[in-house]
Design a protein around this ligand. Sequence first.
Ligand code: GLC
Ligand code: GLC
Length: 813
Amino acid sequence: MEQQKRYGHFDDQHREYVITDPQTPWPWINYLGNEDFFSLISNTAGGYSFYKDAKFRRITRYRYNNVPMDNGGRYFYIKDGDTVWNPGWKPCKTPLDFYECRHGMSYTRITGKKNGIEASVLFFVPLKKWAEVQKLTLKNESSETKSLKLFSFEEWCLWNAATDMENFQRNFSTGEVEIEGSTIYHKTEYRERRNHYAFYHVNAEIQGFDTDRETFVGLYNEFADPQAVMEGKPRNSHAHGWSPIASHYIEVTLKPGESRDFVFLLGYIENEQEKKFSAPQVINKEKAHALIAELDTTEKVDKAFAELCEYWDALLNIYKVKTGNDKLDRMVNIWNQYQCMVTFNFSRSASFFESGVGRGMGFRDSNQDLVGFVHQIPPRARQRIIDIASTQFPDGGCYHQYQPLTKRGNNDIGGGFNDDPCWLIFGTVAYIKETGDFSILDEMVPFDNQPGSEVTLFEHLKISMNHVINNLGPHMLPLIGRADWNDCLNLNCFSWDPNESFQTTENVSEGTKAESLMIAGLFVVTGKDYVALCRKIGKDAEAERMQQAVDAMIEAVKKHGWDGEWYLRAYDFYGRKIGSNECDEAKIFIESQGWCTMAEIGAEDGLVAKSLDSCKKYLECEHGMVLNNPAFSKYIYEYGEISSYPEGYKENAGIFCHNNPWVIIGECLAGRGNDAWSHYAKILPSYVEEKYQTLHKVEPYVNCQMVAGKDAFKPGEGKNSWLTGTAAWMWYTVSEFILGIKPDYDGIRIDPCLPETATDYTVNRKFREAEYEITIHPNGAQKGVKQIVLDGKPVDGTVIPYSVGKHTVEVTM
Ligand code: GLC
Ligand code: GLC
């Protein structure tokens, strides 16, 4: 591949990705905020903010599907004589003398220079604050005094992001604002049922403002040339209905060399019902004043920023590897962990591909995300497990998703995905192994959030396992239900109505023979975990019961789930094979290869090795492994959404990155380090970065859900970046299976699986109250630990027993 144009590069020392050309092949975004107040921000300052829930509590407006694509955001317009420009290039697109965007850990810094003025904006959400800080520094680098006109800009969303973009007959009459000094308040619907408002403040005196969008922009102008800005005159408009915005106007004079900071603050406030108003129709601003007072000087803001940086230092100090391979180290130490945190926070709700209105927190998604995150903030993982389990039904089934604001299951999204329950075991076991906190199993957790229905979390795990056992099909394999992990393999849906969603259309369970080999493998993997957990806590009878079920499942897979060269994928409604050499298309699927090799089913008879070889032979291509091969070339009524996608995209033979790690783990368990590594490096962003900046299109610092597969029109194009289970799976794979540092109930298990070329490396791992410095000497071996020496003394086996304090570990392979 020829050398391509580059749009940016990694800066590992600062843990940043530095974008040097604003015209990236697609908006390259970052996320701000860590707990309640969140923002999305693109490299040209596009994006929006919300409180907890991107659907129900959207603070600023953003239009998806726009032209140009990334339109709207937090904009600063600088009028310098006749030139109007933005530090982030957009929306004016005035050519800049310098442009740089640095996406860092929960912050973004965008710097632009034009005609001797430098404007640099630092965007971040301080820890524990419900506000986005935008610290703008203007600096006069020229030799003349400059008089500038500065306009800020934010557009309010009327809170519910869904109705905000459809119910205009109402929306155009409800908008309300208040203006007080340098603060613009947005209070639409506050007069009635809402007890929250937002504000946009600047810590400087303003010479004007605007709050009505059309007055500011002009009906026939655009964000690129707002009338008020072009004329250098704010209108001091007061919005009543229509589309409320917030724009400050400030006149700034800077002597040569002089620089000045402005702290802009986008805040969110909730008031108690009885304290909503300070006078009739006037919102109670007490809390807003207090929040502003905490962040109204450069010093205060710098301190908050330093705290945020320390917070990330601490998080990224828990697992640190030094291999000498920068591309690997930067993904493991920085970007993979960062993406895990973002997916944990957002699930699949808000990205530049997820509009924030469609999806809440997925049951299976969140359990998987947890594995990428649990080592960093275990208490939040604990809470998440309880929240998820609280949406379960008494029979072990569950809502597929729940809303973060209410934590209630969302019925609109559907249910009946029969893999869902197993993931609760996956998440809970990971949590206990990391923390040693078995007490979570005794937590009382309701069903469907109904008070009075509480049983222990352990009971939830048990009914989760039982849900699989109670729903077996004719081959004693798990019934698939609406779908398994692959949301699009809809074997019981039968839809000819294009206006019907495959996710919610009727799920015909009566008479179905549709079984899933993916759930079979998942059941064996999580079943073994469950058995081990039961033994650990002295529930031997229960362990025995489940061991039998696991053994029976293994037998069923060997008998009815093997196709000769690979594992079958499923049986359809009528009991016909899917993912078999007998099929015309989609003869082999990745999911069952991944899960059945992770479950090591039939390893002793060579099944695992054959399956892994088949993945290489049929699924692998230049950009990773495709989901199925060959792609479906037509819609198959009996299979549903999977066959609705054109060849090579999404679930129809796309490289669905999420499931590549399953096969990689299968390779690791089989000890095939060279193969594991070559699959891994193909979807490792830092490896793709150099080669495919333009082809891949999306952010080169994170994984995306899907890369177009070999059957696609343009193989290698990436889509759906950021929010994907790929993050957690890549992390789990590299940290535990490749580098081989695996938390266990009583300590850390060391069992790397490496390419032959691997050289000595060190992992610093904080684990509960201990800190381990582990140095591995691979000696050319792909697998197999010969000796572990802990603090100078040899250890039996591969587990370093846990003990408080600092330890050094030497591992020879
Ligand atoms: C999406 C969903 C995930 C599903 C996957 C495969 O990423 O969020 O739950 O497993 O698609 O269909
Ligand atoms: C679509 C997508 C799939 C996603 C599902 C649920 O079917 O292809 O990836 O999981 O929608 O939103």
